[in-house]
Design a protein around this ligand. Structure first.
Ligand SMILES: Cc1ncc(Cc2csc(CCOP(=O)(O)OP(=O)(O)O)c2C)c(N)n1
Ligand SMILES: [Mg+2]
Length: 540
């Protein structure tokens, strides 16, 4: 078969459901084979940052591979930021970049889209991917692809595939099937026994579930384990939106001083905290009132399990949880643990809207129409999402780049068929919100909540005063129509409630609800977060 077909079959066999991309002359040959072969559907978007955010989100949502296909130089380097975000937030993103053919790179001419040297792009992607390959040899290409894709899956991190345009149609053998690296189930059982003994000795055991639980598709298994154990389960900030509709005794999301006191005390006062797949980042732990004593923590991450003074190497999270399920017995009573609480019942009146009112209105809408998956951008919209009842959430909770909101929402619908709720600030919408213009051709119809405070408000809360936080009023609602959707600007509770209901009643296109907020009007969670950061930075 053709090398490009072998690559696309390998991606599909390992769970990829679609490709997001923008072609260029170095990529046209493999794009043509992608279209002709119909192995995977192609969704083109308008700007490579959107392609990267969308492909990353598709992978996160399905716990499968996300595929971004671009051209050399101007395309691939335009996508560095989203790939970096995928790397630190552990997303299995596959970057395919077209590239010059063997002969043209030997003519001694500077090629268009080339930077310093022909391999400059490869070197840049070495810094933000866990594996990099160049498909320049028909004999070795199938095995190279198999090994790189398997590392993408097992490490849940991006990989880089450089595809010279004179190689796409060479005849090759099929790519070998997924082959897990050796895992020692006996080591996992020994580790599980020690973890459970550790929890058993603790007076206040607690489990914190992190992003790896989602990335490796372990929510059901973790729910089974934690329901048996009957001890409190929290998610990290990054992992908000997992364990939805499961029997896990989930008491909330750990946000340190920015979250609820009950969750904070349960975590920070635990003498037996088990962290499963949790990224040790400032956004997950930066506003802890009390440093978590890592000597009493067991931390399973990146295929290692760390105790205070020793570790078990190469114990995948799936194997550890399986081994714990085999021998787990109750340590507490799940029924006695408190469930998270959320705001409901927004009054339909002429009051001005505050961010927390948006969460309230969305919760009311979910009660009436059913929950929706949420894609959130960085900004107060993400902190507001913490007050929305637990539902699948794709958000940049660690690397914290602006821009993923709209592309991620489109990806959720492309890859799952579910109508998403997108939450985005006006600043972030100015960056990638225009991808909504692609909804009509693909029949996507997200409901978009645009928090318009005419401001980079998050930055203003950290640094009040300068005018450079002020944004102009772009009148976003009026732009929705020409982009193929419907837009409405809302200023009161009643207008917001009516706009949400209208959007629910009309699935013919995307609905952009431009929510006007006063500058300085921020969510309670962001307010607690900023106060905690300020207090802790003074205290140190
Ligand atoms: C790609 C990128 N460039 C700059 C920044 C830095 C930043 C973090 S938050 C923020 C303001 C966001 O404004 P928005 O109106 O979207 O939301 P809100 O604060 O609620 O009003 C900026 C500029 C980040 N994170 N990513
Ligand atoms: Mg704003």
């Amino acid at each position: 078969m053709l090398l490009a077909e072998a690559l696309f079959h390998a991606l599909k066999d390992r769970g990829a459901r679609e490709v997001f991309g923008i072609p260029g002359d170095f990529a046209l040959p493999y794009f043509k084979i992608l279209e002709d072969s119909q192995i995977l559907p192609l969704h083109t978007l308008s700007h490579e940052p959107g392609v990267g955010f969308a492909a990353d989100a598709a992978g996160r949502f399905n716990s499968r591979l996300g595929i971004a296909a671009v051209t050399y130089g101007a395309g691939a380097l335009n996508m560095v930021n989203p790939v970096a975000q995928a790397y630190v937030e552990k997303s299995p993103l596959v970057v395919i970049s077209g590239a010059p053919g063997k002969l043209e790179s030997m003519r001694g001419l500077g090629l268009h889209h080339q930077v310093k040297r022909i391999d400059s792009q490869y070197k840049i992607f070495e810094e933000i991917t866990c594996a990099q390959i160049i498909l320049d040899d028909a004999k070795t290409a199938p095995k190279l692809i198999a090994d790189a894709l398997d590392r993408c899956i097992e490490q849940s991190r991006p990989i880089y595939i450089e595809f010279p345009r004179d190689m796409v149609a060479v005849e090759v053998d099929p790519v070998p099937a997924f082959h897990p690296s050796c895992e020692d189930m006996e080591a996992a059982r020994a580790c599980a026994k020690e973890v459970l003994a550790h929890l058993n000795c603790a007076e206040k055991p607690c489990i914190m579930a992190g992003v790896e639980v989602r990335r490796f598709g372990l929510e059901e298994k973790l729910a089974e384990l934690t329901h048996t154990l009957g001890i409190p389960v929290v998610t990290s900030f990054m992992a908000r939106g997992i364990l939805v509709d499961t029997e896990a005794p989930l008491i909330g999301t750990y946000l340190g001083l920015a979250g609820t006191e009950e969750v904070r005390k349960t975590v920070e006062r635990s003498d037996g905290l088990l962290m499963l797949g949790v990224i040790l980042s400032d956004t997950n732990f930066g506003v802890s009132k009390r440093e978590i004593d890592m000597r009493s923590v067991v931390h399973a991450f990146d295929r290692d399990v760390h105790f205070a003074h020793h570790s078990y190497p190469n114990v995948p999270l799936e194997f550890l949880i399986e081994a714990m399920i085999e021998i787990a017995s109750p340590l507490g009573d799940a029924k006695k643990l408190p469930a998270p609480t959320y705001p409901y019942g927004l009054k339909s009146d002429d009051s001005a809207i505050a961010p927390t009112d948006v969460a309230c209105a969305v919760n009311d809408m979910f009660v009436k129409h059913g929950r929706m998956p949420i894609a959130s951008d960085m900004g107060d919209c993400l902190f507001t999402a913490m007050d929305i009842e637990n539902t699948a959430l794709i958000a940049p909770g660690y690397y914290a780049s602006m821009g993923p909101g709209v592309p991620a929402g489109l990806a959720i619908q492309a890859t799952s068929g579910q109508r998403p709720l997108i939450m985005v600030g006006d600043g972030a919408f100015q960056m990638t919100g225009w991808e909504l213009g692609n909804c009509r051709k693909y029949g996507w119809n997200p409901i978009v909540l645009l928090f318009n405070n005419k401001s980079w408000e998050m930055l203003r809360t950290f640094q009040p005063g300068p005018n450079y936080h002020d944004l102009d009023d772009w009148g976003f609602a009026a732009i929705a129509g020409p982009l193929g959707g419907k837009g409405v600007r809302v200023k009161t509770h009643a207008e917001l409630i009516d706009a949400l209901e209208a959007a629910q009643q009309d699935s013919s296109c995307f609905h952009l609800i431009e929510i006007m907020l006063e500058r300085g009007e921020i969510s309670q969670t962001l307010n607690r977060f900023v106060n905690a950061v300020k207090r802790l930075s003074v205290a140190k």
